[in-house]
Design a protein around this ligand. Structure first.
Ligand SMILES: Cc1cc2nc3c(=O)[nH]c(=O)nc-3n(C[C@H](O)[C@H](O)[C@H](O)COP(=O)(O)OP(=O)(O)OC[C@H]3O[C@@H](n4cnc5c(N)ncnc54)[C@H](O)[C@@H]3O)c2cc1C
Length: 433
């Protein structure tokens, strides 16, 4: 049995700790904040409650696998429900489309409303990722990518030169379809010219598996995972900041915290590794992807009827997520902003014809800097800076033999499904006790 110290109690650290404990290791998890969850947590005030970060997940199989492999299945603990509409896109020319998830036929019909033939154009674009998905699933997402073992086609895909903006230009003639396809990367702070084209596979995953959410808030998952750690006898040290990994003869022997050293046979970094001096030189070619501007709004009275997620394209691009919890007669929205935000985000929203200025009862604003300080790094992981980024970030293994990397900053990247898969990859690389 190895003594494992997992650094970081966000979804990545929680999932890794649960998996390694189930494999028989003695696991300690250190979290610098007084509570677990990182971005997967709630913001609360006066009876209003918002998901701080994620509101849905694609690829529900990744969450189900985590629960099944660490004890009781997910549906014995919490409900994960399918969300019919992935998001509505509203464009500057006044047109809009509510994009459904889960079926090709539904997307074809919805996108065709934008113009005859556009549904087929979109479907063809997404279908172009079907083979890539199979390659990535088998040899990148479900087991650690190893150039010596993976098919040549997988390695060619992961190291390919084509970037997202080229792919979109080549395959989608309508500007609005390009905005739809590029949106997830824009929201996560990336430049399309630096995002490898293979990442467009997420459109295929969304189309085929849909978006899923937890009634009452996605962050309820954190409490359930906290209980799972207790069941698996993981020692959880809250308000404990890891300052470094202590190395001896090129191997990790402890995690240094402000409270003293925690001896370790294995260390898992589930935070931005640039924050651990022992790892910093191994990630000196990476930069973090910066979170958007966020405003959590508690509203009263009549507000416009919007679906769970509405994207208002333009500069700035604004995203309204409407699924927060509110006291009777109220509504809880989150507004995320990217791009030129020279004016107040609620005023910018009014310019997009959603005027809720009179309805705002409570408002909690967070700048990208506030968020990074609160979470000790960016939950959006590593910024895409071209095709090399896939090799420059760590995970599941690192150049230090008994140090592993999980979470948004590790392979395969940010977003709940990928962060969950990073934990499964680390568990595979470490193996049973
Ligand atoms: C606004 C926003 C919206 C999002 N929406 C979605 C969505 O709808 N769907 C989706 O799938 N994904 C979404 N994401 C992405 C997703 O939330 C993240 O990729 C994921 O939650 C990251 O988990 P993590 O554990 O890697 O990192 P984090 O959540 O950042 O957790 C890191 C944890 O480590 C702790 N920590 C940091 N430094 C130290 C240290 N030195 N010692 C000890 N502890 C430390 C932090 O306090 C934190 O708890 C969103 C992200 C944001 C910011």
């Amino acid at each position: 049995m190895a003594r494992v110290v997992v650094v970081g109690g966000g979804y990545g650290g929680l999932a890794t700790a649960a998996r390694l404990a189930k494999l028989g290791h003695e696991v300690t998890l250190v979290e610098r904040n007084p509570q677990l969850g990182g971005a997967l947590s709630f913001v609360e005030q006066d009876g209003f409650r918002w998901d701080a970060g994620p509101t849905t997940t694609m690829l529900p199989a990744a969450v189900r696998d985590l629960f099944r492999k660490t004890g009781r299945p997910l549906d014995k603990e919490i409900e994960l429900v399918w969300q019919e509409v992935l998001r509505e896109h509203r464009f500057e020319d006044g047109s809009s489309v509510a994009l459904p998830g889960g079926t090709r036929a539904a997307q074809l019909e919805a996108v065709d409303e934008l113009g005859a033939g556009l549904g087929q154009e979109w479907i063809d674009y997404v279908a172009g990722y079907a083979d890539d998905w199979e390659l990535l699933r088998r040899d990148y997402l479900e087991r650690p990518w190893d150039r010596d073992v993976a098919p040549k086609a997988t390695t060619a895909l992961l190291t390919g030169r084509e970037m997202m903006h080229k792919r979109l230009k080549r395959t989608l003639k309508d500007e609005r379809l390009r905005l739809m396809a590029g949106f997830p990367f824009l929201l996560d702070g990336h430049e399309l010219r630096n995002v490898p084209a293979w990442l467009g596979v997420t459109a295929y995953v969304e189309q085929n598996f849909g978006a899923w959410t937890v009634p009452g808030g996605m962050a309820r998952l954190t409490a359930v995972l906290g209980d799972r750690l207790a069941t698996r006898k993981v020692e959880v040290l809250l308000s404990t900041t890891a300052e470094d990994v202590v190395l001896r003869d090129g191997r990790a022997v402890a995690v240094r915290t402000h409270d003293g050293d925690l001896d370790a046979d294995i260390v898992v970094s589930a935070i931005d590794p640039r924050r651990l001096p022992a790892l910093v030189r191994h990630v000196d070619r990476t930069m973090p992807a910066i979170p958007p501007v966020i405003s959590y709004l508690g509203l009263s009275g009549d507000v416009p009827e919007l679906g769970p997620e509405v994207v208002f394209h333009g500069d700035p691009t604004l995203v309204v997520r409407t699924g927060g919890q509110a006291p009777a007669g109220g509504t809880a929205w989150t507004v995320l902003g990217r791009g030129k935000l020279a004016e107040d985000i609620v005023v910018a929203l009014a310019r997009k014809k959603i005027d809720i200025r009179e309805q705002v009862e409570i408002r909690i604003d967070r700048s990208p800097r506030d968020l990074v300080e609160e979470w000790g790094g960016s939950p959006l992981g590593v910024l895409w800076q071209g095709r090399g980024t896939v090799r420059h970030r760590l995970g599941p293994t690192t150049p230090i033999p008994n140090v592993y990397a999980a979470g948004a900053h590790a392979t395969p990247g940010s977003g709940l499904p990928f962060v969950g898969l990073s934990a499964a990859l680390v568990a595979q690389a470490v193996g049973p006790a």
